[in-house]
Design a protein around this ligand. Sequence first.
Ligand code: ADP
Length: 630
Amino acid sequence: MIKKESHVFQSEVKQLLNLMIHSLYSNKEIFLRELISNSSDAIDKLKFYYLTNNSNNIIDHHYIRISIKDNILKISDTGIGMTKKEIIDNLGTIAKSGTKEFLKRISDKNKNLIQNDFIGQFGVGFYSSFMVSDKVIVHTRSVKELDGEKSLLWTSKGKGKYTIENKFKNNIGTDIYLYIKDSSKEFLNNDRIKNIVKKYSNHINVSIENKFFDEKKKKFIWIKINQSEALWLKNKSDITKKEYINFYLSLTNNLGNPLIWSHNKVEGKNEYISILYIPDVSPWNIWNRDEYKNGIKLYVNRIFIMDGIKKIIPFYLRFIQGIVDTNCLSLNISREMLQDNDLINKLYISLSNRILKLLEQLSLDKNKYNIFWKIFGNILKEGLAEDEKNIYKISLLLRFNSTYLNNHESYVSLEDYVNRMQVGQDKIFYIITDNYLSSLNSPHLEFYRNKNIEVLLMFDKIDEWMMTYLVDFKGIKFQSISKKYDGDNNIITLNKDNNISILNQEKYLNLINRIKNVLKDKVKDVKITDKLDNFPVVLSTDANEMSTQMLKLLSVSGKEFPKIKYLFEINVHHLLIKYIDNIKDEDVFSKWINFLYYQALLIESNSLENSVEFINLTNNLLLNMMIKKI
Ligand code: ADP
């Protein structure tokens, strides 16, 4: 027997509870969604436990019951319950490392600002009950506990401590008692409760019941307040849009609407039904590659088996939410077996195709697709590496900023680009930099802009890596405009009014040699370019040289990589170059060339290793000019 034991919460839980207790979050009703979702999971776990443990003690009527007495809201379930270790681990600590890290980042200063988002987005589960309660009691009996006397009573006011003691409980499951705060009395009303359940939990696969006083019978009865049906078994034509959306809400605990969905029944050897949704918000931990699980729940004949099975859909489609129900799997298949199962492998292919089709359908609605692209575009890009077979389909779904639109919020597709290509243009041109403005204002663009040749603007971290997989589109090769390439001159002569080949290279030989002398080891070569207008110089990379962004990407690993040797290209029509060409003093000449070199390097890589040297050089040149003027 446990005498009343006192425990302290792990420090992250304390922090979380503190946030909950002082929460200004207006949508407090979600606490009920969270508790119902826990109860429903607990019931699923019990059903699964019976299946895999050959138990003969099976309960077949499962329910979640909600009742109100005085200022106490009680939520009971017939789920798996918790042992002492489980209750300490589950309700005293936080296992999710993402949440821990997030909490660490919350400083007192911006606590109020962040917490509202935090609660809405993160779905912080059980602890959200402290938003509406002064005290919470959890009375639970685990399926593993044969002696009802050893059931557990967990009590806390959410202020750093909780107690555990034994208290008899007749049946397996969990009762949660919320001592509702004065400021949250609205939740002590059956109609309010009914509405919340309908809103978030209507299609949960278990009966949710509410206690009502029957005036005729003069007694309390339990009334089912949700539909608790497997929506996917109904005919598509019998399901309303609202029902699909509500099902999505109960499935995902999201608050927004899905962007699009598909409901399909596949017959034949591998029968299954699926409902797949594309959400309009991103799960908060979707970038945590180790912890994040995809949103597909697997059912076998309406019985929930497991969610987030790794190989059921590709990782780059992990934003999809939905269910798959099949009768082609044995109910008591083990979790390990699911990871390498023939049907799961088939589902992987068929669900991938279905989801890519769904995205294609979504792309017809530009506004909605833009929302999708902003949230999940960078995840979809991973598919180019992960799903070689579908590269073409994925590339049709890619969107880019482009010089054609000059607008950060609007995107073009590769098909749009190809349809607008100039006569004789045989490449898809792009530039990768650190951010939108750097790419839009890059000196490399001047030539292409003058010739009305569209350039795709890329600046996401993943882009450089993506372009190593995206070699061509419909047979047309991609080409970075900051790199030298075959036919570099063709495109110039193609549209050029004053052909570069007639430029008198000899005339500038002396200038080129003087510059080479100054920049010696710093650059690979010095060349005249006819691609610049407003800029005096630009740095580009040779075809086989690593690009600036790739070097940045690789350097994150902490390894040392050799510095890039750029081509230093000069615009001999630019006044600055003309002026510098006339400087006879080699020392002053060298200062100006270095000054231009650092400028070009700053534009190319958005930072300088030795920015102080650049500033000193600039000031020195300015000062000299001023003194001369005076
Ligand atoms: P999450 O549900 O996201 O895991 P919670 O804080 O809501 O986070 O719950 C933590 C854990 O406590 C659950 O994963 C579950 O193991 C356990 N738990 C919560 N409520 C119940 C319940 N009614 N019955 C059994 N276990 C529960």
